[in-house]
Design a protein around this ligand. Structure first.
Ligand code: COA
Length: 327
């Protein structure tokens, strides 16, 4: 292929065939050489493309050669916080790599980010866990070649189910809900979600944590439930009924894996091994076809790493948060 033959256009989010083709190229690109990769499901992609969010503006690009889509990209512009940042994703089919397609998509994303007044572009890259510090692999090298620097790192871990039992401290009882948080817990749940956003280690990544209020939580729950079985475990202190922690788990509809999102124990409630108990309670409640759970944790988050290791999680990949200054 000659790079001159390359066209970049914008996905028409109203075109179902084009949406499916975009998703297929993204998925094939993500899975190439990454047996443990987690790719957004088509159902989840359909939600973000067909029902725009109030909090993020998103655009999807396609790189075409002779009408064949060989690469795709996503640009996400936060609208409420981090309004100087753009988040970028670039995917090129393995058979079309190292010919400038990725660079052409990246440059288009940068141009659009500048036009939207953004001065930084963030991007996540994931590589095999086996790579050393001097050899992190193609996607990392691509991001560096685009001028991005590493700002934060997380391990991608995987556990096969069932995991060993982790009983809750008898001073607490565990509550489980699916989908929307029940009204009686909403205030406490919002406090914990906001505490999580403020507490989660993010290295040198300079980001303003999103502030969840009831409307934003409700919008997020509504969107997530269209593509995921959303499961929450929370710990309530028996003595006073105070919620001391929660763990949030998604099972994408039609899949056999879980995706472990937040787990937080509030400062006053730490030291009771509630993190492991919350996670284990969620996993024990899953349907039998769910065979494994993915999660991400910063390697220097010792408490969460210990919890994960005790539950049988193993590191399968490394994820890097990269960032380029485009001012
Ligand atoms: C990362 C990715 C998008 C690169 O796409 P690409 O079309 O091969 O990239 P380009 O050909 O434009 O490469 C541009 C530069 O990046 C660097 N680069 C890209 N792939 C590399 C590799 N495997 N090893 C070392 N450097 C690499 C090189 O400097 C390259 O310039 P050069 O070919 O003149 O040396 C592609 O490998 C991919 O889709 N990976 C999976 C998705 C992903 O992880 N994306 C993360 C980025 S947001």
């Amino acid at each position: 292929m000659d790079i001159d033959e390359l066209d970049i256009d914008e996905l028409d989010p109203a075109d179902a065939t084009a949406r499916a083709a975009w998703h297929d190229v993204m998925e094939r690109s993500v899975r190439a050489g990454r047996p443990h990769a987690l790719a957004t499901t088509l159902a989840a992609f359909e939600v973000v493309t067909t029902a725009p969010s109030t909090y993020y503006s998103r655009t999807w690009l396609r790189a075409l050669v002779d009408d064949e889509v060989v690469g795709v990209a996503e640009l996400e512009l936060p609208l409420t916080e981090n309004t100087d940042v753009a988040q970028a994703e670039v995917h090129v089919l393995p058979e079309h790599r190292r010919r400038g397609v990725g660079r052409a998509l990246w440059e288009e994303l940068v141009q659009r980010s500048r036009a939207a007044g953004r001065t930084r572009v963030g991007s996540e890259v994931t590589v095999a866990a086996a790579t050393g510090d001097d050899d992190r692999g193609g996607a990392y090298d691509f991001a560096r070649a685009m001028g991005a620097l590493e700002r934060h790192r997380e391990d991608h871990l995987l556990a096969d189910l069932p995991v060993p039992a982790a009983a809750a401290d008898p001073a607490y009882e565990l509550l489980l809900w699916r989908g929307r948080c029940p009204d009686e817990h909403r205030g406490a749940y919002l406090d914990m979600r906001n505490q999580m956003n403020a507490d989660v280690p993010s290295g040198e990544l300079d980001r303003e944590p999103p502030l969840l209020d009831d409307a934003r939580l409700a919008a997020s729950e509504h969107r997530l439930m269209q593509a995921y079985d959303v499961r929450v475990a929370a710990a309530r202190r028996c003595a006073d009924g105070v919620l001391g922690g929660y763990s949030l788990l998604f099972v994408p509809h039609g899949t056999d894996y879980g995706w472990q999102d937040d787990t937080l124990v509030m400062p006053d409630h730490r030291g009771h091994r509630l993190g492991a108990a919350l996670k284990a309670a969620n996993y024990a409640d899953l349907p039998a076809e769910v065979a494994c759970v993915h999660t991400w944790t910063a390697p220097d988050n010792t408490a969460m790493h210990r919890t994960n290791t005790a539950l049988g999680f193993r590191v399968v990949e490394r994820m890097y948060e990269m960032e380029a200054v485009i001012a």
